[in-house]
Design a protein around this ligand. Structure first.
Ligand SMILES: NC(=O)c1ccc[n+]([C@@H]2O[C@H](COP(=O)([O-])OP(=O)(O)OC[C@H]3O[C@@H](n4cnc5c(N)ncnc54)[C@H](OP(=O)(O)O)[C@@H]3O)[C@@H](O)[C@H]2O)c1
Length: 253
């Protein structure tokens, strides 16, 4: 379970524990990762997913894995011209490159057993982009494409592959940490609901599950079908939310 000490990661770890999973939880900050490990009676491995040798050490220390939940990510918000190229490369590595590297490394053991499950936590921003979200969406659209293709490659193999797309999460994580708010919490969901979605996609081997109120899921579907409308509609509806997020997420680069 990557990003286990983050807002969604803690909820997902707890839900998987409740399902009876033995967890290896990982993140960069040792104290926080160890606290999550204690909470879920799991094992902590501290690793920086932007560093490939750390990722391989993590997998070695994890040993045999039945389910991998690829959840760690950086918010990568802001105007692309304001970003250092090195930080862009890091965001792509954490959000997408490490997911692919982890999959490549785990596939042989999954295939040898004819079982296993890959779960990728993406975002509704992997289906429709928004202002200040070009880099984040690039990583999440990429993750969605990767998961969809991988699922085709794994068809009939006994190995599952699922994508979970949360919308705005109101109680924990990178949206609320950055001061993100919608009026009356409209359009938001809880981290617990995202965790339940992870459990559901594993149980049902669902290809993809959006986690948001119905109208936001419908708006996302419509937005994905009409990309030309996204910019003008969002310009009208965004009451400074993207600026708030960009400001609040600047420290998470
Ligand atoms: N929160 C939302 O509203 C929302 C909405 C849609 C999708 N999502 C997705 O949900 C997932 C979890 O997000 P969140 O809201 O829980 O974010 P978060 O609270 O910011 O947590 C991010 C997690 O990723 C880990 N991480 C970041 N950089 C890393 C690196 N270089 N190496 C290893 N781990 C690293 C962090 O570990 P450290 O803290 O130790 O660095 C942390 O555990 C992400 O994929 C995100 O895109 C979230």
């Amino acid at each position: 379970m990557t990003g286990a000490n983050g807002g969604l990661g803690r909820a997902i770890s707890a839900a998987l524990r409740q399902e009876g999973c033995s967890l290896v939880v990982t993140g960069r900050r040792a104290e926080q990762v160890e606290a999550v490990a204690r909470d879920v009676s799991g094992r902590a491995v501290v690793a920086d997913l932007a560093v490939r040798s750390d990722l391989y050490r993590l997998l070695e220390e994890a040993g045999e894995v039945d389910i991998v939940v690829v959840n760690a990510a950086l918010p990568a918000s802001g105007d692309v011209a304001e970003w250092d190229q090195a930080d862009i490369d890091k965001a792509f590595e954490v959000n997408l490159g490490s997911a692919i590297a982890m999959t490549r490394a785990l596939l042989p053991q999954f295939r040898a057993r004819g079982s296993g499950h890959f779960v990728f936590v993406s975002s509704l921003s992997g289906k429709v982009a928004s202002r200040g979200g070009a880099l984040y969406s690039a990583t999440k659209y990429g993750l969605r494409g990767f998961a969809a293709g991988l699922r085709c490659d794994l068809y009939g193999s006994g190995i599952g592959c699922s994508l979970v797309n949360p919308g705005f999460v109101r109680d924990a994580g990178m949206f609320v940490d950055a001061g993100g708010k919608t009026p009356l919490n409209l359009g938001t969901v809880t981290s617990k609901r995202c965790a339940a979605a992870v459990v559901k996609v594993i149980r049902q081997n669902r290809a993809e599950l959006d986690v948001a109120p119905l109208y936001l899921r419908l708006a996302t579907t419509l937005g994905a079908l009409t990309p030309g409308l996204s910019a003008p509609v969002q310009a009208r509806l965004d009451p400074g939310l993207s600026d708030t997020l960009v400001r609040g997420q600047r420290t998470k680069r």
